[in-house]
Design a protein around this ligand. Structure first.
Ligand code: IVH
Length: 681
């Protein structure tokens, strides 16, 4: 297709604008237009390119995820080796470094200019630009040969696919830029949360996450990972000039559109370097990215050249490391904590260990799956690290150091606080204490919920008051509320005689409620207002709900297996039944509910199982209509089942029905059943 010249011009203009906005956003950190406007321009370009595919170029901003997955990464030989850095772990070692340099250069230490830079905790990457276009990206590898990760690096939004033509100086024909690809702390936390939710292994730290994300054979996966890059140097350069100071080279890279860390400073003499170290060290936790130290580099390129290299590292630069953020220690025990909503969290008790300057004795282990994934045993030697400089985490086990008597962790079946069953609903990661009303760990929340407006609506019983009542041991469960006296209430902070009297009156008033509200007030997991209402309507009285088995519960509209399980477990806890009895004895009452007598309905007493796909109506619709006719629709086939309705592709339930000799109906048979109107009987 021939392309109208105005279209070609528009495409060029859009690309130029998008590149410039990208530059302002990522490099200058000074966006000019809202994200939505950027997206609009982007979509316009995408639409034009879709219409005129011949116009697509590899460096178009739309082409970040290009080819499909690779089989393996290619090998790249670095034209200029990628070196590493010597390390200093104390101010003294940094001063030694300064003295060595000063001596070699025949200068005094304070005459030497340095740049001081954060030492980014990611992985070193080389970007090769030819004629201003990104043609290759490679990992450091062993410094001589690395891996070709071009298609993955192209997905990192802040890496320009083309250098800026608007720059002050033209770029060299061949320009290799080096820097660190890393994962910002926030992105790392979000990614790990995502991994956990998907039941996948979280990454131990942002560096592993960055490396793991870049080493994906499928660039689509990399594109979904929050990676970023800061450039800190150059490699191969052909046909072009660069400034004669490192700091000026970085400024030049920035002008060409490459992202440079904004925390880089010039420092005159070693004392200024050490000031920088202290300053960044103090601000470390506020930085958006992880660093493991700082790097000092001699700023003048001619001085760098005079200093040269020792083995694999330059003499003109050194990494001044922060104290380790990772340490090994022993896992003494795993305790169980119960949260305010009943969530059960295993916590590692550790032999005290210094990590990044703080003593760590505990670390959360999140949940049972996390423990299983790491295969933690009591007595294991574990890696402890502090990510984002705050919360200590257990990163993994050193299996080779597992003592023979190490014991695997077994999740308790009962709440360590109240001894109620611990339940973990299907498909959920978090296990919970089913103690609800009774569990001291959940007491405050349970009582606040009980008193809330849409539950028992106890006017004047606010959050602060509940906290005082529980803290002073006046209230253990909601029933205790109804035993409070004016004297007890008036003795609380900020409660006058009058408000104590009002509260007592409100408590009295709340006793006249409805069964739906009462059920909701009990705070049964998964039972919101609507479900509570349906339960009340369906069963009509409390004893029937308490006695209902899983199948019966599931015959209530909107109650699936998860909710049924939660209700069932709740009423199986002796403490919960005790609290309910106490509440009823205290005088809580509700009007009788007239339940339509199932016997008057045509399908009353019939137990039906639906399986397979129905064509004419959805399964939940079929269920509702059958229930409306009085049938009990259950999830599993048993001897009690009267009919199995089998749609398309029915599987094991159909087989079971046939095995048990239960009558099987097809969709037509179902419709027949549904046509029976109450009047026809
Ligand atoms: S310069 C010849 N600058 O540290 C100098 N490296 O141990 C080469 N790194 O592989 C590196 N931040 O991955 C330099 N501001 C920085 C850095 C930095 C992190 C990493 C880089 C390199 C390793 C050297």
């Amino acid at each position: 297709m021939t392309v109208p010249s105005d279209v070609a011009a528009r495409i060029r203009a859009l690309r130029k604008q998008l590149n410039e906005h990208n530059y302002r956003y990522y490099v200058l950190d000074d966006p000019e237009i809202p994200d939505a406007e950027y997206d609009r321009l982007f979509r316009e370009l995408q639409a034009l390119e879709e219409k005129y595919p011949a116009q697509v170029t590899a460096d178009s901003p739309t082409q970040r995820v290009g080819a499909g997955p690779l089989k393996i990464f290619g090998e790249v030989r670095h034209a200029v080796p990628m070196l590493s850095l010597g390390n200093a772990f104390s101010a003294e070692e940094v001063r030694d470094f300064g003295r060595r340099i000063a001596e070699k250069l025949g200068l005094s230490e304070d005459e030497i200019d340095f740049t001081a830079e954060p030492k980014l905790d990611g992985l070193a990457i080389s970007l090769l630009y030819e004629a201003g276009v990104l043609v290759r990206a490679a990992t450091r590898g062993d410094g001589i040969t690395g891996e070709d990760v071009t298609q993955n690096v192209r997905t990192i939004s802040c890496v320009p696919l083309r250098l800026r033509a608007e720059a002050q100086r033209p770029w060299p024909r061949v320009l290799e830029v080096r820097g660190e690809v890393y994962m910002p702390k926030a992105g790392f936390e979000a990614l790990n949360e995502r991994q956990r939710r998907a039941g996948e292994k979280p990454f131990a730290n942002p560096r592993n996450a960055a490396a793991g994300s870049l080493r994906q054979l499928d660039p689509k996966i990399t594109a979904g990972r929050p990676l970023a890059m800061f450039c800190y140097g150059i490699g191969q350069v052909e046909d072009g000039q660069l400034p004669d100071r490192h700091s000026a080279i970085l400024a030049q890279l920035k002008d060409w559109g490459l992202r440079v860390c904004p925390q880089i400073r010039r420092a005159q003499g070693i004392a200024a370097c050490l000031d920088y170290y202290r300053d960044i060290g103090e601000r470390r936790s506020q930085l958006a990215y992880e660093i493991d130290g700082v790097v000092y580099k001699v700023d003048r390129i001619d001085q760098q050249q005079a200093l040269g290299f020792v083995s694999r590292a330059p003499r003109w630069a050194i990494a001044h490391k922060f104290p380790a953020q990772e340490a090994l220690t022993r896992l003494l025990d795993i305790d169980i904590q119960v949260g305010r909503t009943g969530a059960i969290t295993p916590v590692a008790r550790l032999e005290p260990v210094e990590v990044g300057g703080v003593t760590v004795t505990n670390a959360t282990l999140h949940n049972q799956d996390e423990i299983a994934r790491m295969d933690l045993h009591r007595g294991d030697t574990v890696v402890v690290y502090r990510a984002g400089d705050v919360i200590p985490k257990v990163g993994g086990v050193v299996l080779s150091r597992r003592p023979p008597d190490a014991r695997p962790f077994v999740m308790p079946t009962h709440c360590p606080v109240c001894d109620s069953d611990i339940v973990r609903l299907e498909g959920q990661v978090i296990a919970r204490c089913s103690g609800g009303l009774f569990c001291p760990a959940q007491r405050k929340e349970a009582i606040k919920h009980f008193a809330s407006r849409r539950a028992m609506d106890i006017e004047g019983l606010g959050e602060k008051l509940v906290e005082q009542l529980v803290d002073r041991d006046l209230v253990h469960d909601p029933a205790d509320l109804y035993a409070l006296s004016v004297e007890q209430l008036a003795a609380l902070e900020r409660v006058a005689q009058k408000s104590a009297e009002n509260l007592l009156a409100a408590l009295e008033k709340s006793k006249a409620t409805t069964l739906g509200r009462f059920l909701f007030a009990l705070g049964i997991r998964e039972v919101g207002e609507t479900t509570a209402q349906s339960l009340a309507q369906h069963f009509g009285d409390l004893p029937s709900i308490e006695a209902a088995d899983l199948d019966t519960l599931q015959s209530v509209p909107d109650v699936g297996p998860v909710v049924a399980n939660s209700i069932y477990t709740f009423f199986r806890q002796v403490h919960n039944r005790d609290v309910i009895d106490k509440l009823v004895s205290a005088g809580i009452h509700w009007p009788k509910i007239a339940v339509k007598k199932p016997a008057t309905l045509p399908l009353a007493g019939k137990v039906i199982v639906l399986t397979g796909t129905l064509q004419g109506l959805s399964r939940s619709e079929a269920k509702q209509r059958l229930q409306a006719l009085g049938a009990k629709v259950t999830g599993s086939v048993s001897k009690k089942t009267d009919w199995v309705i089998a749609g398309e592709a029915a599987g094991s339930k159909l087989e079971k029905a046939q095995g048990l000799g239960i009558e099987v109906l097809d969709e037509a048979g179902l419709l027949n059943l549904l046509q029976i109107s109450p009047a026809s009987i």
